[in-house]
Design a binder for this molecule. Structure first.
Ligand code: GLC
Length: 735
C-alpha cells in the first residue's frame, strides 16, 4: 500500500513523506513502530507455533513491530523484512539492530583497548569497518558507542567504553559515531549508531552492575554528559536509556532527563529503552504495574520499547483513556519513520541485503586494521630492557592465555563465532617460528564452558598442569606468562569484588619466578587489574594486551618481538587496591591534600593514595623526554608548548598529553588535573618535535550545576606531559 501511496510518489522532503505515512496509520500501527523485539525465530523457517515467539510473529504480521535486534544473516533479515513489507497493511519496513560494539565477525580490540590507542582516526576506522561488515549481514543499526564514563573497574562494562576521562571520551564518541554512520546513513555500508546508556550507568554504586546511581548535577554536567553531548553534536542517530535511576527516578521514566536531551540539547533522533528497562521500573519501585510503566516511559518520551512488551499491550489504551496524548506517540513515530527514511529503507526495504558476504575473520578485508589497532592499543607497563625478545631466544610460553582463541574476543561478540581469534602462540609462530618455544597452559582456568549469558566457575584447586609450566620455564631462556581474566569475565553483569588474577594464576607466576629469572607477563583483561607488588617487582616486563580481538595473537607477537614498539596509554587508572576505588586522576584536591606529619589529612593508614599505574601512562621501547612546559598569551588564547625528543634508537609513537588545572574557581572546585588536548606523533630515533597547543577560554570553562558554562580568569597550570602524573607545569595568570 505504501509503495503506491504518496510517500513514494515523488522524492519529497523526508518530513513531508513521513507526515504522509503517519496520516495513513492507525493508532495500533503507530504504537507498533515503537515496539522492538529480539530476533525471535528462524525467519527462513516455518512460522513459530505457540509461546512467546508465536505472539511476536502475530504482532509482526499485524504491523505492530517497528524494529528487531539480533537477527543474524541476510537471508534471515530478508525473510523477516518480507513479512513486514508484504504481509502487513502498510508494509513499513523494519530496522535491524545488533550490538556491533567492536566488530561483527572480525573483532577489533575491546573499546577500552581501542581507547588506549588514543588514535582517533584508527578508532573511527574500526567503527567504519564494523559497519561495513555488519551491514553486509543485513543490519542497519548498532547499539554503540557506549559512552559511559567509568571510574570503577569492579564494573564489568568498563570494557565497553572509553575509560574515565570526559575529554578523551568525547573525542572517541565523535570518532565512533562518524565511523559507524559515515556521511550518509542511506549508504548501505553505514549504520545508525546509538549513544548509550543515557545516563550515568558507569557510576553504578560499588561497581555492581544495574545498581543505584546517585551523582551530583556538577559531576553530571562536567564529567558524565560531555561524551553524550559530543555524540549528539556528531549527529548520532539514536540514544539509549540506561537501566539505573537518576535523582531517584529510573532513566527510562525520567522526564526531566529526556526533556534536557530532546529540548535543551535539541536531539531529534530516536530514544530506545534498554532491554526491558521499561518493565524494570516496576522492580525499581517506580511503576506499580506494566501499564503504569508504559505510561511513565511514554511521558518520558522513550520512543521505542525494547523487549518489555509494554507499549504493544497498553499504549493505545493509554492514549484512548487520555492518559498519554497521541501527540507523544506521533512524535515518536515521526522520529522512527524519519530514521527509516534516512536509512533508505522506506525506498528500498532490502537495501542492506544486496551485499551478502561471509568472511573468515582472520583473513577478512578488515583483519589487518584490527591487528594494527590491537598493536596500538597494548600498553607497556614495565620493561627493564628484556623486551623486545631476541629472535632466537628459547621461550617458555606458559599460562591459560597462551593458546586461548576465544577469550581475546572479549564479551561483546554476539555475532562473532567463538574460538576464531588467533592465539598468542599462533602469533609467535607466525612472527618467529615455532623452534625453541615450549608451550604449557598450566592449571585449567575455568571449570566448564563460559558464555555470554552464563559465567563459569573458576578453578582454584586443581593444580594439574603446573608441573609442566615449571619444567618449561626452568628449561627456557625466558618465560612469557600469558595470564589475566577471561573475555567473559568483563562486560555486562560481570562485576567483580577482586581485581586480582582469577584462580591459581598468582601461584603459578610465583612458582615460575622461583625457577626462571627472566619473566615477561602478557596481561589479558577487560578492565584494570591488580598485580601483587612481589610479582610486579620481580617480573622484567608487563605488556597489557587487554582483550585484543581476532588478531590479538599476531599483534602481541609483533610487539614482543619488536616489529613495532608499544605505544598505548591507559584510558583508565590502575589502582593498587580495590580499597582505593573509585580512584581517578581528575580528582579534587580536598581541603586536606597532605601529606602531613599529623594524621589529619586525606589518606589511608595502610597504603598510598597513588595508583599502580596512572591515567595516560604507557612505555615504549625507547626513551622520550619532555622539556618543561611553556605558556604565553597569544591574542585571546594561550600558546602552550614543550619540546619532545626520542632519545633512543627505536622509532616510537608518543601520545603527548595536555593537562590543565584551574587553581581557584568560584564555579566549583576544579580537578588537580584535567585533560584538554593530546597529539599522537611518530618520532624517529633522535628526532625532536616542538609540540604546540592553543588553549581558548572556552576550553577552560566549566559547567555550573545549573547548566551554565562559565569561564573565570585566574591562575592556571598547564602540563605537556607523557601521562597524568608527569611533566613540569607552566603557571599562567589569565587576567
Ligand atoms: C543489554 C545492554 C545494552 C544492549 C541491549 C541490547 O542489556 O544493556 O547495552 O545494547 O541490551 O542487547
Amino acid at each position: 500500500m505504501l509503495a503506491a501511496g504518496p510517500a513514494f510518489a515523488q522524492k519529497k522532503p523526508v518530513a513531508e513523506r513521513v507526515d504522509s505515512v503517519l496520516a495513513l496509520m492507525t493508532l495500533e500501527e503507530k504504537v507498533g513502530q515503537m515496539n522492538q523485539y529480539n530476533g525471535f525465530w528462524n525467519a527462513t523457517g516455518p512460522a513459530p507455533a505457540g509461546g512467546d515467539a508465536a505472539t511476536k510473529y502475530t504482532h509482526l504480521r499485524n504491523g505492530w513491530v517497528g524494529s528487531v535486534l539480533n537477527v543474524q544473516g541476510v537471508e534471515e533479515v530478508r525473510a523477516m523484512q518480507k513479512v513486514a513489507v508484504e504481509e502487513t497493511r502498510l508494509g513499513i519496513p523494519l530496522i535491524f539492530a545488533c550490538d556491533v560494539i567492536h566488530g561483527y565477525k572480525t573483532l577489533s580490540p575491546i573499546p577500552l583497548a581501542e581507547a588506549a590507542s588514543w588514535d582517533l582516526e584508527a578508532i573511527a576506522q574500526s567503527a567504519r569497518h564494523a559497519a561495513e561488515e555488519a551491514t553486509a549481514y543485513g543490519l542497519n543499526w548498532t547499539f554503540a558507542p557506549m559512552v559511559d564514563i567509568a571510574r570503577d573497574p569492579r564494573w564489568g562494562r568498563i570494557m565497553e567504553g572509553a575509560g574515565e576521562d570526559p575529554y578523551l571520551g568525547s573525542r572517541i564518541a565523535e570518532a565512533r559515531v562518524h565511523g559507524f554512520q559515515g556521511d550518509n546513513l542511506g549508504d548501505p555500508t553505514t549504520m545508525a549508531a546509538c549513544a548509550k546508556h543515557f545516563v550515568g550507568y558507569g557510576f553504578s554504586e560499588a561497581g555492581r552492575d544495574y545498581n543505584t546511581v546517585d551523582v551530583s548535577e556538577y559531576t553530571l554536567r562536567n564529567v558524565i554528559y560531555p561524551p553524550f553531548q559530543a555524540a549528539k553534536k556528531a549527529g548520532v542517530a539514536t540514544f539509549m536509556n540506561s537501566f539505573n535511576t537518576m535523582n531517584g527516578i529510573p532513566a527510562t521514566g525520567n522526564q526531566a532527563l529526556v526533556e534536557m536531551l530532546k529540548v535543551d540539547w535539541g536531539f531529534e533522533g530516536v530514544l530506545v529503552s534498554d532491554w526491558g528497562s521499561i518493565t524494570e521500573m516496576q522492580a525499581h519501585g517506580y511503576a506499580e504495574n506494566l501499564k503504569a510503566a508504559a505510561e511513565l516511559a511514554a511521558l518520558a518520551r522513550c520512543d521505542i520499547d525494547m523487549e518489555s512488551l509494554a507499549y504493544v499491550q497498553y499504549l493505545a489504551a493509554l492514549v484512548r483513556e487520555g492518559r498519554v496524548s497521541e501527540d507523544v506517540v506521533n512524535d515518536a513515530v515521526v522520529r522512527i519513520l524519519t530514521l527509516k527514511f534516512h536509512l533508505g529503507l522506506m525506498d528500498d526495504p532490502y537495501r542492506y541485503c544486496q551485499r551478502p558476504g561471509s568472511w573468515e575473520p582472520t583473513t577478512s578485508p578488515w583483519s589487518a586494521d584490527a591487528q594494527e589497532l590491537a598493536e596500538k592499543s597494548a600498553v607497556l607497563l614495565k620493561n627493564n630492557g628484556i623486551l623486545p625478545l631476541a629472535k632466537k631466544q628459547a621461550i617458555a610460553l606458559v599460562g591459560p592465555m597462551a593458546q586461548e582463541k576465544n577469550s581475546p574476543l572479549g564479551n561483546w561478540r554476539v555475532s562473532s563465532d567463538d574460538f576464531t581469534a588467533l592465539s598468542l602462540y599462533e602469533g609467535l609462530v607466525q612472527v618467529r617460528g615455532e623452534k625453541r618455544m615450549t608451550v604449557a597452559s598450566g592449571p585449567v582456568f575455568l571449570k566448564g564452558p563460559i558464555s555470554f549469558p552464563f559465567e563459569a566457575e573458576i578453578n582454584t584447586t586443581d593444580t594439574s598442569g603446573l608441573h609442566a609450566v615449571i619444567k618449561a620455564a626452568r628449561e627456557a631462556e625466558i618465560a612469557v606468562l600469558a595470564v589475566g581474566e577471561h573475555g567473559f569475565h568483563s562486560g555486562e553483569a560481570r562485576s567483580r569484588m577482586s581485581l586480582h588474577l582469577p584462580g591459581l594464576q598468582e601461584h603459578m607466576i610465583r612458582e615460575v619466578l622461583k625457577v626462571q629469572e627472566h619473566v615477561v607477563l602478557v596481561l589479558y583483561a577487560g578492565r584494570p587489574m591488580i598485580l601483587p607488588d612481589d610479582i610486579t617487582e620481580q617480573v622484567d616486563a608487563i605488556l597489557l594486551a587487554w582483550q585484543p580481538g581476532t588478531m590479538g595473537g599476531p599483534a602481541m607477537a609483533n610487539l614482543l618481538m619488536g616489529k613495532r614498539s608499544p605505544s598505548g596509554r591507559l584510558p583508565v587508572t590502575f589502582p593498587r587496591s580495590e580499597g582505593q576505588i573509585p580512584l581517578y586522576y581528575g580528582a579534587y584536591n580536598t581541603g586536606r591534600p597532605g601529606p602531613s606529619d599529623a594524621v589529619f589529612w586525606s589518606h589511608y593508614g595502610d597504603g598510598p593514595n597513588s595508583p599502580a599505574y596512572p591515567f595516560g601512562y604507557g612505555l615504549t621501547y625507547s626513551t622520550v623526554t619532555y622539556t618543561a612546559t611553556q605558556a604565553k598569551q597569544m591574542g585571546d588564547s594561550i600558546a602552550v608548548q614543550a619540546l619532545v625528543k626520542n632519545e633512543g634508537k627505536v622509532a616510537v609513537d608518543e601520545v603527548v598529553q595536555l593537562y590543565t588545572r584551574d587553581h581557584h574557581s568560584r564555579v566549583g572546585v576544579q580537578p588537580v588535573r584535567r585533560l584538554i588536548g593530546f597529539q599522537r606523533l611518530s618520532l624517529k630515533p633522535g628526532e625532536e618535535r616542538m609540540v604546540n597547543f592553543s588553549v581558548t577560554a572556552d576550553e577552560l570553562s566549566v559547567m555550573t550545576s545549573e547548566g551554565e558554562r562559565l569561564f573565570e580568569p585566574g591562575t592556571f597550570s598547564f602540563w605537556v606531559a607523557p601521562h597524568s602524573a608527569a611533566g613540569t607545569p607552566a603557571t599562567f595568570d589569565w587576567k
